[in-house]
Design a protein around this ligand. Structure first.
Ligand code: 13P
Length: 255
């Protein structure tokens, strides 16, 4: 059985002191939740401070929101995988739709970032998902197939099992418009089928696929109960401790 993973993508919110204060609170509120893997992803500048607060946490892990695919050099404004590791990160979000939309990330750069992260021992949370226009044009599965195949390009079986996929329909992000459990399950099952074709059924059964897009306490149970939904990548609802805790409690109750 796949362990559920709930990750909070803080996006561009919370400065250093706000981040430290918040994670101190989270640490207390989330103590004892062991069945679910919990990850917080603050902005780069808060990673080290948040890690210092989490040093004695038994169950909250640290992730970053982006990484560069080069090791070092003249890449102003970029951060390498090794730098993230040195801040105490276990995870890194790669290819979020906001990065694809506003910062020109492509299927190819996403694949390069995934390879780099894995080679350093960071676990990628790789985001895929269709735009509203693509869903309306019945292109969802084509887009998902293209993105999924591209992200796995050149990865060994062993590398593939280390990553987490986040299916985030772009039209559901920050809009309050959540995908129905049936819509989400359909795409998750499709992604798992693609992985079994790319690798094997065994590998497809290991890889976790999170749902992201307006997930909150009131809809998490239905979504997380679906056979192929193994967790959530949470935006808005992870910025408030009780709202984030509510989702984690639901994941715990579902095992
Ligand atoms: P919301 O939960 O705010 O819709 O954001 C989802 C998201 O983009 C997580 O990466």
């Amino acid at each position: 059985m796949r362990k559920k993973i709930i990750a909070g993508n803080w996006k561009m919110h919370k400065n250093n002191s706000e981040a430290m204060q918040f994670v101190k609170l989270l640490k207390v509120k989330l103590v004892g939740y062991k069945k679910t893997e919990i990850v917080v992803c603050p902005v780069f500048t808060a990673l080290s401070s948040v890690k210092s607060v989490l040093e004695d946490s038994q169950n909250i892990k640290l992730g970053a929101q982006n990484v560069h695919f080069e090791e070092k050099g003249a890449f102003t404004g970029e951060v390498s995988a090794e730098m993230l590791l040195s801040c105490g990160c276990d995870f890194v979000i790669i290819g979020h739709s906001e990065r694809r939309q506003y910062f020109c990330e492509t299927d190819q750069t996403v694949n390069k970032k995934v390879k780099k992260a894995l080679s350093c021992g960071l676990k990628p949370i790789v985001c895929i998902g269709e735009l509203l226009a693509e869903r309306e044009a019945n292109q969802t599965m084509n887009v998902i197939e293209r993105q999924t195949k591209a992200l796995f390009e050149g990865l060994s079986e062993q590398e593939a099992t280390k990553l987490v996929i986040a299916y985030e329909p772009v039209w559901a992000i920050g809009t309050g418009k959540v995908a129905t459990p049936e819509q989400a399950q359909e795409v998750h099952a499709f992604i798992r089928k693609l992985i079994s074709e790319l690798y094997s059924e065994k590998i497809a059964e290991i890889i976790r696929i999170q749902y992201g897009g307006s997930m909150k306490g009131s809809n998490a149970k239905e979504l997380l109960s679906q056979k192929d939904i193994d967790g959530g990548l949470i935006g808005g609802a992870c910025l408030e401790a009780d709202a984030f805790k509510e989702i984690i409690e639901i994941a715990e109750s579902l095992g």
